[in-house]
Design a protein around this ligand. Structure first.
Ligand code: NAP
Length: 485
């Protein structure tokens, strides 16, 4: 089925209407596996962003006044609709983003899980009654919706990064303007369509697609009606947004870049460790913020791990994500291929040994061969920067103290992983790693019921888990005097 045949809305959603940009401008969306256009969307300008903010502001009072149970029902219904439309959404996602269909279908379920989880949380936005200092007064604490919010999301998880923001925002009683990455706006349109079809009132969620992301951000940050912005993307852009937030002291949540260490100790279950490493490193062709970017293997099992990893990586099948059996799709564009290639060439030039892969795949589309390098050292680019490609670089280590030190030597602090069968070590190492998320004996850490987020330059704020809704709530306390005894 072609993308056009899925009926995806290739328009903006403003105040419950699917509309063109005021300018009439549009831009193409391309398939990274072929370089061919698969659709097009409006190129929104300033007046469209203002209209979307106006629609979100207009819908706010009614939405926040709706009983939490009704907001919860809408969220759960939206989750059900997204699951019912899994195949269609997955096909569109693969067509514009590249990941294999099975992974895309998995992301659709993961995206739905945020709406379902936060449907539950909507009903548990409790306040407090605090014992008073003065016996004639009372102290009440309320948690109230922040108001109009905005979400700016990346291309690597075009469905889940959006629902991870919209779920808690809607549950809390906030309204939103969402701006997906220009590479993946069609998946976003399908997600918003499902949310709309679930009975969400007009204006509660609004979609802006634009090639001018800086202009959209400028509009969002300069409009006093927008009270909070949640951003997932690169640390570089995140820093720009922190600066932009200063003028109006806008609330921000930032889910930024990562540079995850993946540590395998001598006492690990090696098959489990290699499977975990593959899941972490090669999912979405290595284009995830939590993917292993530095792999540290203890000396006693180093050769065995390199051999097991090489055997599995050699069997990976590269191709268009819709073809049966494909496990590695294209990278998002040719610049991403250049970056992966630069990291591999730099590592080899500095003495790393190429075990598998190590080359771009010529022809149409942006493909890079799944790659394993060993003998990687700290000064190589792959040890210091996010590669965002299917390249695993392996470094040998001797002691626990040494590996904790090198694992923590990063400006990033999003996710870290390690494998050991020693449970005292498991607790010790988990506590010492300076990261917001730890995978202990697993390479898969994403879940709607857990607080996802980083420390250091990986950002601040948490998405998911019971704390995820706090990002969309203001705390207010009421001191009531003269109550008497
Ligand atoms: P990006 O270039 O920072 O883009 C992210 C979003 O910001 C897109 O919607 C993009 O729109 C927009 N954007 C770009 N420049 C902007 C600007 N000057 N002002 C406002 N918005 C701007 O990141 P990406 O390349 O899409 O995504 C990859 C990065 O995201 C990686 O660093 C990855 O680690 C990180 N990430 C983090 C998490 C997490 O949870 N911590 C999750 C996923 C990804 P356009 O694309 O249309 O320009």
């Amino acid at each position: 089925m072609a993308v056009a045949a899925t009926g995806v809305e290739e328009r903006l959603l403003i105040g419950g209407e699917w509309v063109e940009a005021a300018s009439g401008g549009r831009f193409d969306v391309t398939d990274p596996a072929t370089g061919e256009p698969v659709g097009s969307v409006p190129d929104a300008g300033e007046s469209d962003v203002k209209a979307a903010i106006g629609a979100a502001a207009g819908a706010l009072d009614e939405w926040k006044a709706l009983p939490a149970l009704q907001r919860a029902r809408i969220l759960r219904k939206a989750a059900d609709l997204i699951r019912e439309r899994r195949d269609t959404i997955a096909l569109v996602m693969t067509s514009e983003q590249g990941k294999p269909l099975a992974e895309a279908a998995g992301e659709v379920d993961y995206a739905a899980s945020f709406l379902e989880w936060f449907g539950g949380e909507a009903e548990r936005v409790y306040g407090q009654i605090v014992p008073p200092m003065n016996p004639t007064s009372r102290v009440l604490v309320l948690r109230q919706p922040v108001g109009v919010t905005a979400a700016i999301t990346p291309w690597n998880f075009p469905a889940a990064m959006m629902t991870r923001k919209l779920g808690p925002a809607m549950a809390a009683g906030c309204t939103s303007v969402v701006k997906p990455a220009s590479a993946t706006p069609l998946t976003a349109a399908l997600i918003l369509r499902a949310i709309e079809d679930a009975g969400t009132p007009p204006g509660v969620v609004n979609l802006i697609t634009s090639r001018s992301s800086g202009m959209v951000a400028q509009q969002l940050f300069s409009d006093a009606r927008v009270r909070k912005i949640s951003f997932t993307g690169s640390t570089e852009v995140g820093k720009e947004l922190i600066r932009a937030s200063a003028d109006q002291v806008k609330r921000l949540s930032l889910e930024l870049g990562g540079h995850a260490p993946y540590v395998i100790f001598d006492d690990a279950d090696l098959d489990e460790a290699v499977d975990g490493l593959i899941a972490s490193k090669f999912r979405n062709a290595g284009q995830t913020c939590v993917c292993a970017n530095r792999t540290y293997v203890q000396a006693g099992v180093y050769d065995a791990v390199v051999a097991k990893l090489a055997e599995k990586v050699t069997k990976m099948v590269v191709g268009h994500g819709t073809e049966p059996g494909v496990t590695i799709g294209p990278l998002i564009d040719d610049r991403a291929v250049d970056k992966a290639d630069e990291h591999v060439k730099d590592a080899i030039a500095q003495g790393a040994r190429l075990v598998v892969g190590g080359e771009r795949i010529e022809g149409s589309g942006s493909f890079y061969a799944p790659t394993v390098l060993e003998g990687v050292t700290p000064q190589m680019l792959i040890s210091t920067e996010e590669t965002f490609g299917p390249v695993a670089g392996i470094t040998r280590f001797e002691t626990e103290e040494e590996v904790i030190r090198v694992a923590n030597e990063s400006i990033y602090g999003l996710a870290a992983y390690f494998h050991t069968r020693d449970y005292a070590r498991l607790l010790r190492v988990a506590e010492k790693l300076e990261y917001g998320i730890i995978g202990a004996n697993t390479g898969i850490i994403s879940a709607a019921n857990a607080p996802f987020g980083g420390v250091k330059e990986s950002g601040y704020g948490r998405e998911g888990g019971s704390v995820g809704i706090d990002e969309y709530l203001d705390v207010k306390y009421i001191q009531v005097g003269g109550v008497g005894l």
